[in-house]
Design a protein around this ligand. Structure first.
Ligand SMILES: [Zn+2]
Length: 226
């Protein structure tokens, strides 16, 4: 996302950006807590989870190199509505909230990029809500694996059944069944918390249409006006 900014703008922001290594399982935000930093993932991946009754978590969005964590700040809110959980370890740049607010006030271009990303993220969250309600677990799992792959840019990543259950809002047994089905079709291998995608095209065919829809929306971000 930062790469989409004009060079001059990016260079001015550099002074306020700090490189950080995000670790699998790190929690960047909790619902209701003040946002201290915004994050721009490089090859890391962050899940946005909504919590129900304090212990049930459901993924409502996924953020990687195409976007940022901390969108509420740009909208004038300083508290996060969601938990932001590091789902793929890797690098990110971060900036203190106050500095980010200043930068966004000073730069119409930054404001514009953040607005466009916010629109795409809202669309992703909206689609995810419908997906969770209407699509079967196997298709959702395929969508989720493809979205993850696009952001970490690797066919191999770590996962646990428990984690996947949260992502998809289903019980462990449902996740196991869906993962087995995809494995039977030789689309993935899955063992001891490690997933490998064997056949991306096949996985796209097994996924619901939400994958393409959301991908197109995010690919549209930053594609015009330059
Ligand atoms: Zn779907």
């Amino acid at each position: 996302m930062l790469a989409a900014l004009p060079r001059k703008q990016y260079q001015r922001m550099l002074g306020g950006l700090e490189s950080v290594a995000l670790i699998f399982g790190d929690v960047l935000y909790e619902p209701g807590e003040r946002i201290r930093h915004v994050y721009f993932p490089n090859d890391s991946l962050i899940s946005l989870l909504t919590l129900v009754e304090g212990h049930l978590a459901l993924e409502v969005g996924m953020v990687g190199r195409e976007g940022m964590i901390g969108v509420p700040l740009a909208l004038g809110m300083d508290v996060s509505p969601v938990r932001a959980l590091v789902q793929g370890a890797g690098a990110a740049m971060r900036m203190k909230s106050a500095r980010f607010r200043t930068e966004i006030r000073k730069s119409a271009k930054l404001q514009q990029e953040v607005n466009r990303y916010t629109g795409a993220l809202m669309a992703q969250i909206t689609q995810t809500a419908a997906c969770n309600r209407f699509h079967v677990v196997e298709a959702r799992l395929a969508r989720w694996l493809l979205m993850t792959r696009d952001r970490v840019r690797s066919d191999d990543f770590r996962l646990t059944h428990e984690f996947l259950g949260h992502m998809l809002g289903v019980r462990r047994v449902g996740v196991t069944k869906a993962a087995h089905a995809l494995q039977e079709e030789k689309l993935i291998t899955y063992s001891r918390g490690k997933i490998s995608i064997l056949d991306r095209k096949g996985l796209e065919a097994a996924s619901c249409s939400c994958y393409e829809l959301v991908k197109d929306m995010h690919d549209g971000v930053g594609s015009s006006g330059r």
